[in-house]
Design a protein around this ligand. Sequence first.
Ligand code: MF3
Ligand code: CO
Length: 249
Amino acid sequence: MITIKSERELDLMRMAGKITALAHQGVAKNIRPGITTQELNDIAEDIIRSNDGIPAFLNYMGYPASACISVNEEVVHGIPSERRLQDGDIVSVDIGAIYKGYVGDAANTYPVGNVSEEAQRLIDVTKESFWQGVKHAKAGARLGDISHAIQTYVEKNGFAVVRDYVGHGIGAAMHESPSIPNYGVAGRGVVLRENMTLAIEPMVNQGTYEVKVLEDQWTAVTLDGKLSAHYEHTLLIKADTYEILTISD
Ligand code: MF3
Ligand code: CO
């Protein structure tokens, strides 16, 4: 069942989204060679808590941190550590915040110092694939319209969409129905309705779409060791458009 949110719930989700966005801003301005991924995690957690939020990922299915920080060939769910970012790395940061029981979820990928042209292109294509997908987000559209637009844009640019992880409905739980693959067929899938809330999150690989999970049981990496990028927002479906919830002005 796909939940339809009330206006009261949407206001709480806007607040959860705003806290998520503030945490991202704080992390983004601290990304530089030499900082550890644990330090970035702590910046995110401090901002979430000082805005009356709760880190949504911490202890979720046993996840041990507040942010997922995935470097280079790490696709998603990288666990913060004493690892220091280096010039030329790309780093994906995924953060969720709960406010009064409602969840915001967003991710972005950043260059560290000077990165290769190809790494920057991967970051740019991943982000743009999200915007190409959500162009189709409005009541009456089909989920497959979004999935198909993301896949088409990514593959046209010579990259691959990850299959093993997908976007999701979101609300009182971080993962609600439906699953939202970043690949699919236009005109297929569930019909979107006003006041559904969705987390759309393309994960894009430079080489093969195949991934594997490391022995830590969390970190997903590309099978070929090539780079991966991630971009995500929580959004609200409206009658004729959408509203991004994980932004702050
Ligand atoms: N954005 C990720 C997702 O939608 C965050 C989950 S990480 C976890 O699945 F650690 F909390 F599981
Ligand atoms: Co998500």
